[in-house]
Design a protein around this ligand. Sequence first.
Ligand code: EPU
Length: 328
Amino acid sequence: MTVEENVPIAPITTFCIGGPARYFVRVTTVDELREALAFAKEKDLKPFVLGGGSNVLIDDAGFNGLVIKIELMGVEQEGEALIAGAGESWDVLVARAIEAGLWGIENLSGIPGTVGAAPVQNIGAYGTEIKDTLLWLEALDMQTGEVVRFANAECGFGYRTSVFKREPRRYVIMRVALQLKKDGHAQASYKDLGGMDSATIAQIRAKVLDIRAGKFPDLSVEGTAGSFFLNPVVSVEQAGQLASKYAGMPQFAVAGGVKLSLAWLLDNALGLKGTAVGGARLYEKQPLVIAAARNTPARDVRALADLVAQKIKDECKIDVEQEVRVIV
Ligand code: EPU
């Protein structure tokens, strides 16, 4: 294990933004992870566990602690299950499932980030979430130093959340097992996949990659962390009021109320698509996404996010929640 000092971390995040890590270490084994955590404790440093850096915004001042980059690798197939190290690329795992003819995660094609980060926010797209196939995962409990196995029901999954998100300083995910199946069929309930009920697994992947290419910025040109906010869930009464104010507003009944499409509200109700602060802007093809030109300071992204949150509060009386984690 080699601990480096003052390491730029912007290039290993998809936003490509922010200052350096005071200390930085890559871990490839559980023992190295324990060593890294012991180093942080001894030096009284805050540890921050980084996967693919695709859901974080690093502040301009950087991170004054120890960034631990998880590089626990390996993929095994056991029957119809795939078991992968937390450091593996999520999309490489999806591609492997598809090659093996295993259904279950094809709708989650093209999501940047690592396998270990995927359950933290219960990644989801096109009608599927990782919780639908997760069999178990293993995590290091930073409080006890023990490796704990969580069954699906113990992960506390919800819309873009889990126990691992709710207790970010407690667990480091190390391995994830997914229960996939050979005898599957297309999950084509999401409107964008309409008419694909009898599609092959490879056709679904190709379609999802195609949709995503049209909705997300090209990471080789500019930065992003995907949806910056969660879609809000409001009461039936509030949804009714908003629907009478904004004709055609999409709404979806969910447990606890009505889920609204924030992208739709930003575009059609507030006309904010393309709004910019410095080099950060609400992406023209999907306004829930913040895109940032190279060398944009994190403060521009944060100022844009604050401005959007305030407008939504003023106009729609909704308190939006950020999906992207800001690291200061
Ligand atoms: N829309 C507009 N204007 C636009 C673009 C979209 O009004 O310029 C409207 C569409 O008409 C549609 C709605 O916005 O009614 C929804 O768009 P989309 O299908 O892209 O879905 P989303 O609700 O905005 C969520 C997830 C995405 C995921 C997609 C597809 C969240 C926070 N985001 O976005 O996940 O890829 O659904 O399932 O739930 C992420 O979490 O980072 C993420 C990208």
